[in-house]
Design a binder for this molecule. Structure first.
Ligand code: ADP
Ligand code: MG
Length: 335
């Protein structure tokens, strides 16, 4: 169905019909001039992310449902990175003529699946025609007790440096999808060769924000001294944390969690898996610091590895190979 048949208001109604509010704090959702969200004694956390077709995603291999899921997850991850819980979401779309109503349905299927899994309500958004492909803006409202809020700035020398999950898989997934796209462009009959690489492809197309770690930390009575989500790669994000905490770091290269499937793809592509982990990005794992005295609690946090420790600022931020000299971490920034 062409979006023109429904029109802007018809499309918004169609989205609104699919939404059931679940959080008591979501007083009014889609349908008025603004959503109404109840306040409480907690701090509100507010974050926004902009995703542009051709810059942040390529629709030749990104299914709309996955894109919706990932867009929501990127926002949720920022809230978890403050040690908070996401509660409300607004989604604004710029839609060009090439998209059908069914495409937008699929996008919202992914957004609403992410919301269901993370206990978040879609409470509004904005919809506009666009001349240049798809634009998605996601803003998320979350909450956290003020004393539990984790900033980038709280790390202290001797703190343990911890990371959730594994790193570099999403980047190897992206390289694989790009490789198969190039093959397809030269031979339209070539089927993409993704079999056996489901893990890394999934890590790129359908990242999972680290909600369980935040819940486990609450259960264990642990509050990180500092936290950041890994969106640009371990190097850049570790450097952000060090700069804002005015500390240095020692990361141990052989402690960095990297999945077997990531190593396998890296070997096949003649690429260094550690480079993917350090500079790849799109992992949406959490990087956080804990006081050394909480070492025994790390095992209660789920998939968390201790990969190093915080040092005095004059010692710099370095990565230590098993049998070699420390190397300074390098910021790569966005590509
Ligand atoms: P306004 O003219 O005040 O911006 P709109 O007609 O754009 O109002 O929006 C009407 C209602 O629909 C608002 O509650 C808005 O938050 C919601 N809405 C609009 N677009 C979307 C969307 N893409 N996803 C979810 N809710 C939306
Ligand atoms: Mg509007």
């Amino acid at each position: 169905m062409q979006i023109g048949e429904l029109g802007e208001f018809g499309l918004i109604d169609r989205i609104a019909q699919r939404v059931q509010l679940r959080n008591p704090s979501s007083l009014t959702g889609i349908g008025d001039d603004a959503a109404v969200v109840a306040g409480n004694e907690k701090s509100s956390l507010l974050t926004t992310d902009l995703l542009l077709e051709g810059v942040h995603f390529d629709l030749t291999y990104f299914p709309m449902k996955h894109l919706g899921y990932k867009a929501a997850m990127v926002g949720f991850s920022d809230i978890y990175a403050m040690n908070g819980l996401p509660k409300q979401l607004v989604v604004s779309l710029g839609i060009s003529k090439k998209f059908s109503v069914e495409n937008i349905d699929e996008l919202y299927e992914g957004i609403l699946l992410a919301c269901t899994q993370h206990g978040v309500d879609l409470v509004g958004g904005d919809t506009s025609a666009s001349l240049t492909g798809l634009t998605i803006n996601v803003s998320v409202l979350g909450e956290c007790e003020p004393e539990k809020t984790a900033y980038r700035s709280g790390a202290k020398p001797t703190d343990l440096i911890c990371v959730t999950g594994d790193l570099g898989a999403a980047y190897m997934g992206l390289l694989l999808l790009e490789r198969e796209k190039t093959v397809f462009e030269t031979n339209a009959n070539a089927a993409p060769q993704l079999a056996g690489h489901e893990y890394i492809v999934q890590r790129y197309l359908k990242p999972e924000a680290a909600r369980s770690t935040v819940l486990n930390m609450r259960e264990a009575g642990v509050t990180p001294t500092a936290m950041i989500d890994i969106s640009d790669g371990l190097s850049s994000d570790m450097l952000h944390l060090c700069r804002q905490s005015n500390v240095g770091a020692r990361l141990y290269l052989d402690k960095i969690p990297i999945a077997k499937q990531t190593f396998d793809m890296a070997e096949e592509m003649n690429f260094d898996a550690v480079t993917a982990a350090l500079n790849g990005g799109d992992d949406y794992e959490l990087l956080f610091t804990l006081p050394l005295s909480l070492h025994e609690k790390v095992k209660d946090l789920g998939r968390v590895d201790v990969i190093g420790h915080i040092v005095e600022p004059e010692n710099g931020a370095m990565i230590v190979p098993p049998n070699g000299e420390p190397v300074a971490l390098q910021a790569q920034g966005f590509r």
